[in-house]
Design a protein around this ligand. Structure first.
Ligand code: XMP
Ligand code: MG
Length: 177
């Protein structure tokens, strides 16, 4: 019961459904307090954050907007580094209180590269919530405002996170054995 097989790998349960739900509720309650009287725009990063975003949103009691975007990395023509571009961001962020919703921050590279693009639109504020943070693996400077769980640098699946496309449907979070 405590293990699942996804493709060729076996994973063991690491965070239970009840623990996830409790923590997501706590984060939502903190946001309810911090954003009382405001109307934040949540930008959830697909695909992994769809479940976290949905559960988080159910516990919000403030007025809030939500949109989903996808990030795509490509090699810049001139720079040697990876450039991150977003697909599906139609909202104008000018003057908005933005909260980025991520499933997991690992090295921090994705958000570190992407945030300046959002800041360019001059939102009033920009905060990040990540359900999971592999803080020991984070190499790029990034301030995470609401973190669910700090986890070791091991691959995890479930609750939206996948291993090669599978495992997203699991209600719990599993760690590779
Ligand atoms: P960076 O390194 O840019 O990575 O912070 C963030 C993205 O990498 C993926 N990622 C994972 N996906 N299990 C997963 O299913 C993991 O353990 C894992 N670690 C990183 C994820 O897409 C995240 O948005
Ligand atoms: Mg992701």
């Amino acid at each position: 019961m405590g293990t699942v097989k996804v493709h060729d790998k076996t994973f063991e349960i690491y965070i239970t459904e009840a623990e996830i739900q409790q923590r997501v509720k706590e984060i939502a309650e903190q946001i309810n307090k911090d954003y009382a009287g405001k109307r934040p725009l949540f930008i959830a990063i697909l695909n992994g954050s769809f479940m976290f975003a949905a559960d988080l949103f159910k516990h919000l009691r403030i007025e809030a907007e939500l949109c989903f975007i996808k990030l795509a990395s490509y090699k810049g023509m001139k720079s040697s580094g990876k450039v991150v571009t977003s697909i599906g961001l139609e909202e104008d962020l000018f003057g908005k209180e933005v909260i980025i919703v991520e499933d997991i921050v690992d090295t921090g590279k994705t958000l570190h590269n992407f945030l300046p693009k959002l800041m360019h639109q001059q939102p009033k504020s920009m905060k990040i919530t990540a359900l999971l943070h592999k803080s020991a693996a984070t190499e790029y400077p990034l301030t995470l405002d609401y973190v669910g769980f700090d986890i070791p640098n091991k691959f995890v699946v479930g609750y939206g996170l996948d291993y090669d496309g599978l495992g997203r449907n699991l209600k719990e979070i599993y760690q590779v054995i």
